[in-house]
Structure formats: structure tokens, C-alpha cells
Design a protein around this ligand. Structure first.
Ligand code: 5GP
Length: 211
């Protein structure tokens, strides 16, 4: 049986480059599965149901909550977002490291519910760099940029909850660091329960049988 995968939460400020980071992680390394969230927000141009998100009506989303089919969920900017439980469980069981790219309230819920999850917060090197990246997208009005920076200040309150703060300065370096954080998590004793049992059993047999 494959060793169980690590549940990994990736959160970060809007403009930190999480999307590109996830894409590059999956392109460069095997063994990862990206969870597809459910949301009540409308699809943006180019987004597809079942690829970026499961786009649901509010009633359908509430039904998922009531039937306990979400691992976590949160309201963000007047919409619901949540992680379907079954897919995550199945992929972890198969040994995949499952990535949830979710906002900080969801991260806090995972911290509570899944004590051995790995929580990673992605940030640009400075607030000024965050502002610069938001401006250089060219798609945001000054008011929207102000809104995102104000929200970033609130989100920063959650940073101490995370296991690691990953500074996204150079993309390639950041992808390697993310991968290595997850590889290291596989060595934690909480991930090595089967190995620990096996070692204990072998020692017992060795000591009983004489050598
Ligand atoms: P967007 O609407 O821009 O795709 O996403 C808005 C925010 O919702 C992002 O911070 C994204 O990480 C977060 N998000 C996406 N899916 C989920 C989810 O399943 N649960 C939670 N809590 N946040 C999510």
C-alpha cells in the first residue's frame, strides 16, 4: 500500500502568484493532485465547470454543507467556496499529495480538523512588491487594488497559523522550495505511522528470537 499523501494548504495574498506556482509545481513534479473547489461565484471568461471550479447555485452549495460533503468552506467576497471531501480523501488514500489552494479562513478550518496537514503561506518579498504586482496586471482599477491591499492586511493576521511562509521572489526557486517543504513533511513522525509500527514489530521479533 502506498504511503498516505500529505494534505497541503496553499494560501496567500491575491497577487502573490499562487496560481502560477501551482501550475509549475504540477508541471515539474509527479505525485500531486490539485483539489477542485466548489463555488457560487460565476465563471470568468475561459473557466470551465469541473476544471477550475465546480460552479454551483447557492442552493446546491448549501446542500453540500448540510450533507457534510465539504472538508471546509468559507464565504469570500459574497460567495461561497468549499473543498469537496471525497476527492481529497480518495487521492490521499492513493498516496497523492493533495493541494488545496484556499483562502485563510479555510486554512484555519483545516488546521483544526486535520492536525497533520501542512499549511503554506505564499507572499511576495514586500508590501511594495505586492502593490507593484497588482498594478502591473493592468486589469485592476485603483479602487480594486486598494481593496486587495486592505484585505491583504487582514489576511496577514493569519500568517502565524501557517507552518511555513514561502517568499515568492523567483518563481523557479519558489517551486523547488514548495516541493521540498512537502517532501520534508513526509518525514514527520505523523506521516510515518506504518514505518514506526513495522520497526517496533521487527525489534520485538528480533529480541524474542535471539540473535
Ligand atoms: P477566485 O474567485 O479569485 O478564484 O478565488 C478567491 C479566493 O478563494 C482565493 O483566495 C482562493 O484561494 C479561494 N478559494 C478557492 N477555492 C476555495 C475553497 O474551496 N475554500 C476556500 N476556503 N477558499 C477557496
Amino acid at each position: 500500500m502506498a504511503e498516505r499523501g500529505i494534505l497541503t494548504v496553499v494560501s496567500g495574498f491575491s497577487g502573490a502568484g499562487k496560481g502560477t506556482l501551482m501550475k509549475e509545481l504540477l508541471r515539474n513534479y509527479d505525485g500531486y493532485a490539485l483539489s477542485i473547489s466548489a463555488t457560487t461565484r460565476s465563471p470568468r471568461e475561459g473557466e470551465e465547470h469541473g476544471r477550475e471550479y465546480f460552479f454551483l447555485e447557492r442552493e446546491a452549495f448549501e446542500e453540500l454543507i448540510e450533507t457534510d460533503r465539504l472538508l471546509e468552506h468559507a464565504r469570500y467576497q459574497d460567495n461561497y467556496y468549499g473543498t469537496p471531501r471525497d476527492y481529497v480523501e480518495e487521492m490521499l488514500e492513493q498516496g497523492f499529495d493533495v493541494i488545496l489552494e484556499i483562502e485563510v479562513q479555510g486554512g484555519a478550518q483545516i488546521r483544526e480538523k486535520v492536525p497533520d496537514a501542512l499549511l503554506i503561506f505564499v507572499t511576495p518579498p514586500s508590501a511594495e512588491e505586492l502593490r507593484r504586482r497588482l498594478v502591473s496586471r493592468g486589469t485592476e482599477t485603483p479602487e480594486k487594488i486598494r481593496g486587495r491591499l486592505l484585505r491583504a492586511e487582514e489576511e496577514a493576521e493569519y500568517m502565524p497559523l501557517y507552518d511555513a511562509i514561502l517568499v515568492n521572489d523567483d518563481l523557479d526557486t519558489c517551486v523547488r522550495e514548495l516541493h521540498s517543504l512537502i517532501r520534508n513533511a513526509h518525514m514527520r513522525s505523523s506521516s510515518r505511522a506504518p514505518f514506526i509500527s513495522q520497526m517496533k514489530q521487527e525489534l520485538k521479533e528480533l529480541n524474542q528470537g535471539g540473535y
